[in-house]
Design a protein around this ligand. Structure first.
Ligand code: SME
Length: 156
């Protein structure tokens, strides 16, 4: 899939999710649905899901993929780096990222998107791992940021 096709595919997913969420404001239900749709509709998504901040911990949330680490040690790894910077983090080769936390040894690249609530407080991250090296780019970043805004979107 080239960049243009990937972008169009993401837009289609965004519209589908946007339609589904109009009838359900439950953020857990929405995160669960986002993880399921992305995991099964995007190519090469090995693990797709959320880590959520709770009492200064990042605990696993709704996800698709093999068994994940339950809790990520504070200020360690890619997810915490995204939380601390409040920015998207793209890691082309996780083996070169200092203190990367390995939940699945097949993972070679990763993207982490911060999740903000309706008051713009950071409440967690969306994390996607891939078996491919350099699987994620700006097209993924822009579209996954947009999709994450749907978790707390309010509909009239
Ligand atoms: N690799 C992550 C940990 C979560 S797993 O990828 C599911 C990290 O270093 O934060």
């Amino acid at each position: 899939m080239n960049s243009e096709e990937k972008n169009a595919h993401y837009k289609h997913i965004f519209e589908k999710l946007n339609g589904l969420f109009a009838v359900c404001s439950n953020s857990v239900a929405r995160m669960t649905t986002i993880a399921a749709v992305l995991h099964h509709k995007m190519d090469n998504f090995l693990w797709t899901g959320y880590y959520l901040l709770k009492d200064d911990n990042l605990d696993v949330g709704p996800y698709q993929g093999t068994l994940a680490c339950m809790r990520l040690k504070k200020d360690t790894g890619v997810c915490w780096s995204s939380v601390n910077k409040k920015e998207v983090v793209i890691v082309p080769d996780v083996h070169k990222f200092q203190d990367h936390i390995t939940c699945d040894s097949r993972s070679n690249s990763e993207i982490v998107i911060p999740l903000f609530d309706a008051s713009n407080n950071i409440v967690g991250v969306l994390d996607v791992d891939s078996e491919l090296f350099s699987n994620f780019d700006e097209v993924d970043a822009l579209n996954l940021v947009a999709i994450n805004t749907l978790v707390f979107k309010q509909y009239e």
